[in-house]
Design a protein around this ligand. Structure first.
Ligand code: SF4
Length: 353
């Protein structure tokens, strides 16, 4: 369901980000419109290469340039377009009001500084505190994220922590300035299953405690089901479907969403109940025309889907889909060809989520 406009924390309109490489122009994000409400967890889901991480980097204005470039669009946060801010104003927002955690904490932590120094540095960058106060805050936040003996471990180096504990350090660093929005890019993917569950549980608890919104990037629909209030499904640089978690899981409208849901393994599902989305995510230097999903889609309407980009349609309040099955052009195609393109039953493996 749509919430009132005053509940919007972040709004992305018409975002387009390309990478100009020697091989050609990678059209990573073609057109993204997205809203994040206050205190919600929004899942951004899709296969690797769908543009989820580039969306996150674009929000924060840290797309590596060159070769990357944000070509158009707005990223509105608290009523101001982040794209129009100077580098120094943007630095005040990054890590302070909007923080990010990455999949592999080892690439984000500096191996030659203690974790305490690194968390303290993040605190001192944005808050007027002494070194001693920053250290005390670091210990407090490390305890809060479940690092035992934080007053001793504050002086340890990243290599002295396990993978799960390092991710807790990253979360501590991200939370240290009490951000309003946390972007978590596959925060548990590199961890084993039990630690994954702990990290996700920690994110859930801290989002409630800090009254913080989260954009959770993942390729795992199971994680989305556990964690999110709403979900946006991305495919090859577009959002193909978005809405409340319950609606999307019970009534997926887009063939790609349907495929992702059908691929969730469940203990009671037979192997043949699982859906396979044939083919692979396209090369975005030369992506398929119009609907980029058409070469993989079982519902492809030849002559239409590969020639006309479907518009985003709001099927019901807050539930949006980009697919010709629901467009007037699609309905005209079905009538002309005498072929129905009904989205059938919900995949068995997704029922009950
Ligand atoms: Fe499939 Fe056509 Fe819908 Fe694209 S627009 S998802 S090809 S039915």
């Amino acid at each position: 369901m749509n919430r009132p406009p005053e509940d919007i924390l972040l709004e992305i309109n018409g975002l387009r980000t390309y990478f100009f490489t020697e091989e050609g122009v990678v059209k990573a994000i073609e057109s993204i419109d997205l809203v994040v409400y206050k205190s919600e967890t929004l899942g951004l889901v899709g296969e690797s290469g769908s543009g989820k991480s580039v969306t996150a980097l674009s929000i924060l204005g840290i797309v590596p340039d060159p070769p990357g470039k944000i070509l158009q669009g707005e990223v509105i946060f608290h009523g101001q377009d982040l794209r129009k801010l100077s580098d120094s104003d943007m630095r005040k927002i990054r890590g302070n009001q909007i923080a990010m955690i990455f999949q592999d904490p080892m690439t984000s932590l500096n191996p030659v500084f203690t974790v305490g120094d690194q968390i303290s540095e993040a605190i001192m960058l944005h808050q007027k505190v002494t070194k001693k106060e920053a250290r005390e805050k670091s210990i407090k936040i490390m305890s809060l994220v479940g690092i035992p003996s934080a007053d001793e471990r504050v002086d340890n180096y990243p290599f002295e922590f396990s993978g799960g504990m390092r991710q807790r350090v990253m979360i501590a660093m991200a939370l240290s300035c009490n951000p309003e929005l946390l972007i978590a890019d596959e925060p548990s993917t590199s961890l084993d299953v039990t630690i994954q569950a702990q990290i996700l549980e920690l994110l859930k608890a801290t989002s409630e405690e800090f009254d913080m919104s989260i954009i959770l990037i993942t390729h795992d629909m199971g994680v989305i089901a556990e964690m999110c209030d709403r979900v946006a499904v991305m495919y090859a640089g577009y959002i193909c479907e978005s809405g409340d978690i319950m609606i999307i899981f019970k009534s997926p409208y887009h063939p790609y969403t349907r495929g992702l849901l059908g691929a969730i393994p469940r203990p009671d599902a037979e192997r043949e109940d699982l859906t396979i989305i044939r083919g692979a995510i396209p090369n975005l230097i030369n992506p398929p025309s119009a609907c980029r999903f058409h070469p993989r889609c079982d519902y492809w309407m030849e002559g239409l889907c590969e020639s006309v980009l479907p518009e985003v349609l709001e099927i019901e309040s807050g539930h949006k889909v980009r697919c010709h099955i629901y467009s007037d052009a699609g309905k005209a195609w079905m009538q002309k060809h005498g072929e129905a393109r009904e989205i059938g039953k919900i995949p068995k493996s997704a029922v009950g989520k």
